[in-house]
Design a protein around this ligand. Sequence first.
Ligand code: ATP
Length: 464
Amino acid sequence: MSINKSMESIISLCRRRGFVFQNSEIYGGLKGVYDFGPLGIELKKNLRTSWWKAMIYDRTDMEGLEASILSHPKVWAHSGHTDGFCDPLVECNNCKKSLREDKIVDGKCEHCGGDTFCKKRELNLMMQTQIGCLSDCKEFAYLRGETAQSTYVNFKNILNSSFKQLPFGICQQGKSFRNEISPRNFVFRMVEFEQLEMQYFVNPKEADRWFNYWKEKRYNWWLAQGLLKENLKFETHSEKDLSHYAKEAVDISYKFLWGLDELEGIHNRQDFDLGSHTKNQKAFDIQATVKENKESTTKLNYQDVKTGESYIPYIIETAAGGDRGFLALMTEAYNEEKLPNGETRIVLKLKSHLSPIKVAVIPLVKNNEEILKISKDILDKIQRLNLGRVSFDNTGNVGRSYRRNDEIGTPLCITVDFNSLETKVVTIRDRDSMKQIDLPIDDVEKYLEKYFKTDLSKEKQTGS
Ligand code: ATP
């Protein structure tokens, strides 16, 4: 039987077991900034790997990029972020707190319930930093507000060096920064966060088809990571909510514990981005409304080798959040189960390809040399399988080890006991069913390879 989950219980687990810590906690914490601990980083890394695999390794039409976090102010001037990357702010007449106008629900202030607001202001989300070590140095750069712009300005570099033809995409994973007015909901809205973004360059005539294609692909990928259908929803942007550059946009939203909220955005950005950054704008029939650019040194068009046609490609973007993905997965996987003996067990039912620890090897007692030797030999063999992180729980308390591994989502525990010395058999315990089976030590590697291979298969992991 499963018990209700809450944000408090998930945040508490994250802290207690080393998934996420408040940044600079010993000095009172920095608002909207979090550090991922030993297990959090494993889960996030596994999520990134799964995304990279689905988006690049399982396809032939993608390239990867890791651009810098710092970028030239001109990039953000021509992308429209310097002037237009703003959240409209209002102040509550009652409690005087600032709120994002587009996030007010049912006309009520989220802090005090007040329903009248004043003083509309625009807050620019871009974060600046100074370059150079002199304190009166006037040179500054932006910490990127999204990874996408560095993909656009590298379009020609990648096209020319990889000999790709349209349609093709460029993927980036990395940190972005935004001066969010009210960071909240744990790692959902932060000022420093991680994005998993893909820009797919297409012939404008094919943009609608590719938009629908990516919408389905990305939805299926989230299902394959373990999010349930009933908790995932498409939310289409109405014409009035569309960003100025977008022809069509849909969010893949997840039912977080406070309600449905954006996990990933899919956008048909038309030719706005390459059209904004290109040299010789007038030479091309740019459809989107772009500002004049006299500073770019490169034409960002595409020349079709078959038809001879030259045009600025349209872009279909898929923009997901690594931290929001992390939180959605933790929310989905978190379970509190009432056991027949009346106790409650917390168990994180993560898919095995995402679990921070794949297998825990547990010697039944702490100080028995023979048991320790067998356990270490097994650990060594499993580590050579390259499944991911394997732990060695030498606490001498199997019950406590099982509880800890349930809480952190370890799919399998292998226990070596006195019997193992005689029979050369170990016990394998399954996290979800809690069922235990005996297995000859010689068969452990084959068993694990089969178990994880099936779970890591292309179909299961990518939804394709
Ligand atoms: P929101 O409307 O929630 O502010 P957005 O539409 O501005 O998000 P995008 O610019 O489309 O978000 O960014 C792509 C993805 O990056 C989002 O779907 C989200 O997963 C992630 N993301 C954006 N802002 C943040 C943030 N402040 N903290 C954590 N993740 C974020």
